[in-house]
Write a protein that binds this ligand. Structure first.
Ligand SMILES: NC(=O)c1ccc[n+]([C@@H]2O[C@H](COP(=O)([O-])OP(=O)(O)OC[C@H]3O[C@@H](n4cnc5c(N)ncnc54)[C@H](O)[C@@H]3O)[C@@H](O)[C@H]2O)c1
Length: 246
């Protein structure tokens, strides 16, 4: 049985840990030729595919990575969660959030799309979040604004290239277990005076009573990257344990 991504070259940003890493592993298991990249090269150790450093905030780094990978599937996973309301946000934080969470996708898509068009098609999967234009989450002002922008960016790319074999979708996860999520639980725990209470608060947001595993999110990226989703483009795909479905 051929893998669901057999014959496809896939470039993944932020594949060192969390959802990006789980997706690199799932893509390898499904037969893709995977180019797993991260700002921090050391985090890519142990992955069974080609790995190299790529800074999604740096155009030269992105262009070099795309030249090397020549991807049919591009998974834009890099992103950062700022904590706080509009009154906590600084101009620098706001600019950083948009640069890493949104502008990075402009860079990678601009670099990867001409090759995809030349080869007759491609699938782009962008990382948004349930916290976006789907729902507002407390203290996620910069994050929610950036992830809503990802949905608009996704739709725009999808509509412009739909006749040329390019699909562009984004995914909107709820809370997902990852190293940075554990850091956020710790930070909230310090604010609330108890790590356990912070954990309870995060889990309580998910009606299923648990957070997602990174592998559960990777399964959706495999589907969107593969030809199984050939009739699907221009959509945010919500995978949030029922958070926004209530
Ligand atoms: N964890 C969640 O609850 C959750 C929910 C919804 C969406 N997301 C999104 O999923 C993505 C991954 O989050 P995660 O929690 O799985 O992983 P994470 O936040 O634990 O890891 C992020 C990775 O991004 C890398 N990175 C940072 N800056 C980079 C840059 N400039 N270029 C390339 N790589 C860079 C880091 O080195 C790290 O390996 C993010 O876009 C995040 O917003 C996460």
């Amino acid at each position: 049985m051929p893998g669901r991504l057999e014959g496809k070259r896939a470039l993944i940003t932020a594949a060192g840990q969390g959802i990006g890493r789980a997706t690199a592993e799932a893509f390898v298991a499904e037969g893709a030729e995977v180019f797993a990249t991260d700002l921090d090269l050391a985090l890519l150790d142990g992955l069974d595919c080609e790995t190299f450093a790529l800074d999604a905030r740096d155009d030269a780094s992105v262009r070099a990575g795309v030249d090397r990978a020549q991807p049919d599937v591009l998974f834009n996973c890099a992103g950062f969660v700022h904590h706080g309301s509009v009154l906590d946000a600084t101009d620098d934080d706001f600019a950083f959030g948009f640069d890493l969470n949104v502008h990075s996708m402009f860079r990678t898509i601009r670099a990867a799309l001409p090759g995809m068009l030349e080869r007759g098609g491609g699938s782009i999967v962008n990382m948004s979040s349930a916290c976006s234009s789907v729902i507002g989450a407390p203290n996620r002002f910069i994050y929610g604004a950036t992830k809503a922008a990802v949905i608009g960016l996704t739709k725009s790319v999808a509509v412009d290239f739909i006749k040329q074999g390019i699909r562009c979708n984004c995914i909107c996860p709820g809370t997902v277990e990852s190293p940075s999520w554990h850091d956020r639980v710790k930070a909230l725990g310090e604010e609330m005076g108890s790590y356990d209470k912070a954990m309870e608060a995060f889990v309580a947001r998910q009606p299923m009573g648990r957070v997602a595993t990174a592998a559960e999110i990777a399964a959706l990226v495999v589907y969107l990257g593969s030809d199984e989703s050939a009739f699907t483009t221009g959509h945010p795909h919500i995978i949030d344990g029922g958070w926004s479905g209530q």
